[in-house]
Design a protein around this ligand. Structure first.
Ligand SMILES: Cc1ncc(COP(=O)(O)O)c(C=O)c1O
Length: 505
């Protein structure tokens, strides 16, 4: 239906967040006309109907339509209604989506990379998943440490580094992983990178050839999808269930070279990989001579019990490469993370990392090593864990009235987001679009899916907003979700509706 299309468009109009609603509606309609989804001569529903469907005031709708009429996109016929203008120049129609780069000289890969798959930026609102709260980061202390290390810097510290990173930082990472992730490793296995994204690309470049297959969870972390796309790998989507990645015998007929997983908190559903699955994956990796890439992106924030052992701690064959990042506990702009590589790969990885990425930033790494050694990292982590834990509890409490047969929560034991799962008949994209109109930005779970059509829900973050905002807006979000659930039930009872005339599918 036109209204649903508009709702999801409006929800995605990031650039228009500061714009009044009539302007957002104008943009959504204009885009629908220009990209051909609203065809020439298509009749619009009446302004009253649109206002009702979109839950906007009639004035808002009339203002948007009038503007489009003045600009020649729409035409009104007395007594008959409002239509899409026949003469909207073809050149204007069917423009590639902004950034898609067609005709701009981009490679096919470049075009694919520029096409957003869930990477669409959302307006940052209290429940937007992704961003964390960096307001508690001890900036003054960090600045003192940085100044100190810059004062102490000797010329070699300013050069590229082929050592795998600053030795005391590598030691600190190894100590942390031995202690908290039950990993057995030598310091030499730690390679400091610019973060998980670079760790993924390095692993893909080093361990797989062009057109080799990488198994990836479905739904998936878009950052990993892009890293594999950029390195020319074929992704094979393997469904995730409540126990993590669930490969079937059919999947094994597409043998992987790499298997990318987020076992301690599947991104985005939050499923924790069961021990049985961990052994199954290790068995597949052994049999197929594949490598497992374990992305442990938010294990520092575990609320539902003690930390879980990592997949790498179960690995007897040195087939797992483990990745971590300082993005969540400290801040993403720091651009520091690490990958733990099997002993036999250490020298090759260091050499290639040097040649490909020219790693450096040694004074920053030195400041971070001291930050960890002096206990500041542990303090920052403790504080952040307590604070996020309170926000999570508050959000869960607010969402409690929404839960029932058609809505349940997954993945709330860890991390900075949770999923409100919905049954597979729900239109989570339209729902998220309507919530965005109310200033409640969440991500539809289906937007993370590669192949699947049976996963629906809302990915809700609690990492960004302070507790008082979650307290204030949580009930508002819950109320809006309840209204959505009622709408879904009413629609299910009423049966399927036919698409609006003039709308391209
Ligand atoms: C699944 C997943 N992996 C890794 C990261 C961290 O990546 P980076 O170290 O590149 O900032 C994130 C950040 O949001 C993530 O969601």
């Amino acid at each position: 239906m036109l209204s649903e299309l508009l709702i999801s468009h409006i929800g995605r109009l990031r650039a228009n967040t500061a714009l009044p609603l009539h302007r957002q509606l104008y943009e959504a309609l204009r885009r629908a006309i220009l990209d051909g989804r609203l065809r020439p001569a298509a009749r619009l529903p009446s302004s009253r109907e649109l206002a009702q469907d979109l839950q906007l005031s009639r004035n808002t709708v009339v203002t948007a339509i009038e503007q489009l009429r003045v600009e020649g996109y729409l035409v009104s016929r007395v007594g008959s209604g409002t239509y899409v203008q026949d003469g909207v120049p073809k050149a204007l129609r069917r423009r590639p989506p902004p950034g898609a780069g067609q005709g701009a000289g981009l490679s096919r890969r470049g075009q694919a990379l520029a096409t957003s798959f869930c990477a669409t930026q959302l307006e940052v609102q209290p429940f937007t998943p992704g961003p964390a709260d960096f307001s508690a980061f001890p900036s003054a202390l960090w600045q003192r440490l940085q100044n100190k290390h810059w004062r102490m810097t000797y010329p070699e510290m300013l050069d590229y580094s082929d050592s795998g990173g600053y030795a005391p930082l590598r030691r600190a990472v190894a100590d942390y992983l031995r202690m908290f992730r039950s990993a057995e490793l030598d310091t030499d296995q730690v390679i400091i990178t610019n973060g998980t994204q670079q760790s993924l690309e390095l692993c893909a470049q080093m361990l797989a050839d062009h057109q080799d297959t990488v198994w990836i969870e479905d739904p998936a972390y878009w950052g990993a999808v892009k890293a594999f796309m950029a390195t020319g790998l074929k992704t094979h989507a393997v469904p995730v269930d409540a126990h993590g990645m669930a490969p079937s015998p059919a999947d094994e007929r597409t043998p992987p070279r790499l298997i990318y997983v987020t076992p301690s908190h599947q991104y985005p559903t939050g499923a924790v990989m069961s021990l049985e699955r961990r052994h199954q994956l290790l068995g597949i990796a052994r049999a197929q001579r594949a490598w497992i890439l374990e992305d442990d992106y938010d294990s520092e924030f575990r609320f539902g019990g003690p930390p879980l052992a990592s997949l790498t701690s179960l690995d007897q064959d040195e087939r797992v490469l483990y990745m971590g990042s300082f993005s969540k506990v400290l801040y993403p702009g720091l651009k520091l993370g690490y990958v733990i590589v099997p002993r036999k790969l250490v020298e090759a990885f260091k050499q290639a990392h040097y040649d490909l990425n020219r790693p450096g930033q040694m004074p920053v790494q030195a400041a971070l090593a001291e930050f960890i050694a002096m206990g500041h990292f542990a303090t920052a982590l403790r504080r952040a864990r307590t604070s996020y834990g309170q926000r999570r509890a508050c959000l869960l409490e607010a969402l409690a009235p929404c839960l029932g047969a058609g809505a349940w929560i997954s993945g709330a034991e860890q991390g900075l987001h949770l999923c409100l799962r919905l049954d597979d008949t729900s239109d989570d994209q339209a729902m998220a679009g309507r919530l965005a109109l109310l200033g409640l930005t969440v991500r539809p779970l289906s937007a993370y899916c590669l192949q699947r059509k049976d996963v629906r829900g809302l990915v809700i973050g609690y990492g960004y907003a302070p507790l008082q905002d979650i307290r204030r807006f949580g009930p508002m979000l819950a109320g809006a979700i309840q209204a959505e659930l009622r709408l879904t039930t009413r629609r299910a009872v009423a049966g399927p509706t036919s698409p609006a005339p003039g709308l391209a599918s």
